[in-house]
Design a protein around this ligand. Structure first.
Ligand code: SF4
Ligand code: FES
Length: 383
């Protein structure tokens, strides 16, 4: 145990329910909407070993965590994924693989199944291979993803397809949903792009217009009605982009409330974007998860309500949204304690309005966005 300062005035939190194991930031794709940190390359040669990950899983389960997500980057890049899945099964986690589908094949689906993986979520970029290539930087990825979606379904897994929506694919939504239906997905997350990491860098080139968004919502409603008429059981979840909402999301269910993320190098974070905040985070190599969760300054800093500025501190909605997202507040205002500018009561809400205006004037094509890549990332590592 270490000697970091501890907080004494915060409510005692419940145990974490969710552990996100970001096994690696390495990835064969270069999606310009990626939420990984800009300086992800700093962790490439410093990933936790298999034994260190096993220790993280054991500690989190002993604390009470029940849901486990394996993500990245592309978690299939780790050749020890099956070992970690097997450990998760033994410990009693419900485990979910969040993948691009690249690095998967029928044999690997079988070994992951045998190891005890419960669930697979595959991301799709578009219904059209040209847009998919422009956004993810790979021509082969489109066919591969479709083949793997079919293979996952054939292996008997419930299949969630995740489609990140942005200006360059949102007009294809009708065809995207038709493709998901053809692939026989059990659920489809139509997740409007969250503007963190590389996506924030490309914000002006990704943000859709209000008109595009309204058309996409109407398309989703039409598809829900059609699926219901046809007796199909494919759920469509439409996630509205923050920049078009008037209240912030209850990010992570509240800072340090239910969610704990461990980054490839062992940094332990209250959300996957937090490492760009102007504060330091503890590391699983140095401290126990229990100490980090209950006692570290990082996990206690935005718990409860003492830290809240006006207008949140007097607002009746603070118990529902916890003042919004700390990362978004920092990215937009430079102050991680600010009320999330998404909120219409925030004194910084004009920043959201001007971001929408700026984006509408930006005519970049998908191919002109900055792709997430190691070389650019090294520049951010030095910055
Ligand atoms: Fe939520 Fe704060 Fe806005 Fe109230 S003022 S709705 S607590 S973000
Ligand atoms: Fe970090 Fe919302 S993404 S607090």
């Amino acid at each position: 145990m270490n000697e970091h300062a501890t907080s004494t005035q915060k409510p005692t939190p419940e145990a974490p329910l969710w552990l996100l194991a970001e096994l690696t930031y390495r990835c064969p794709l270069q999606c310009s909407y990626c939420s990984n940190p800009l300086d992800f390359a700093a962790t490439t040669n410093n990933e936790l070993t298999t034994e260190e990950w096993v220790d993280v899983l054991r500690q989190a389960r002993a604390m009470g965590a029940v849901q486990l997500g394996f993500s990245g980057g592309e978690p299939l890049v780790r050749r020890d994924l099956e070992t970690l899945v097997g450990e998760a099964r033994q410990l009693g986690f419900y485990s979910n693989l969040i993948t691009s589908g690249l690095g998967l094949d029928e044999a690997r689906i079988d070994t992951l199944h045998a190891a005890g993986l419960d669930h697979i979520q595959i991301s799709l970029q578009a219904s059209d291979p040209d847009v998919a290539e422009a956004v993810a930087g790979s021509r082969k990825a489109y066919d591969k993803k479709l083949a793997m979606a079919r293979a996952v379904k054939a292996a008997g897994y419930p299949m969630v397809l995740n489609v990140v929506l942005h200006r360059h694919n949102i007009d294809q939504l009708d065809a995207i949903i038709a493709l998901c239906a053809e692939l026989d997905a059990d659920a489809v997350e139509l997740a409007n792009c969250q503007l963190y990491g590389w996506a924030h860098l490309n914000r002006n080139g990704l943000l859709p217009s209000r008109e595009q968004l309204e058309t996409a919502e109407a398309t989703t409603v039409r598809w829900r009605e059609r699926l219901s008429r046809e007796g199909r059981d494919m759920q469509l979840l439409f996630v509205v982009p923050d920049y078009y909402a008037d209240r912030p999301k209850a990010c992570m269910g509240g800072w340090g409330s239910i969610f704990m993320s461990v980054a490839p190098d062992g940094a332990v974070l209250p959300c996957h974007s937090a490492r760009m905040l102007p504060m330091s985070f503890p590391n699983a190599r140095d401290d126990s998860l229990e100490w980090i969760w209950y006692d570290s300054d990082a996990f206690n800093r935005y718990r409860g309500e003492d830290w809240m500025p006006s207008p949140c501190r007097d607002c009746d909605e603070r118990h529902q949204d916890f003042g919004g997202c700390r990362c978004q507040a920092y990215l937009l205002t430079g102050d991680p304690t600010a009320t999330d500018p998404v909120c219409e009561f925030s004194p910084h809400h004009h920043l959201i309005e001007s971001a929408r205006r700026e984006a509408s004037e930006d005519k970049r094509k998908a191919a002109q966005l900055t792709p997430r890549n190691v070389h650019e990332s090294r520049v951010f590592c030095r910055a």
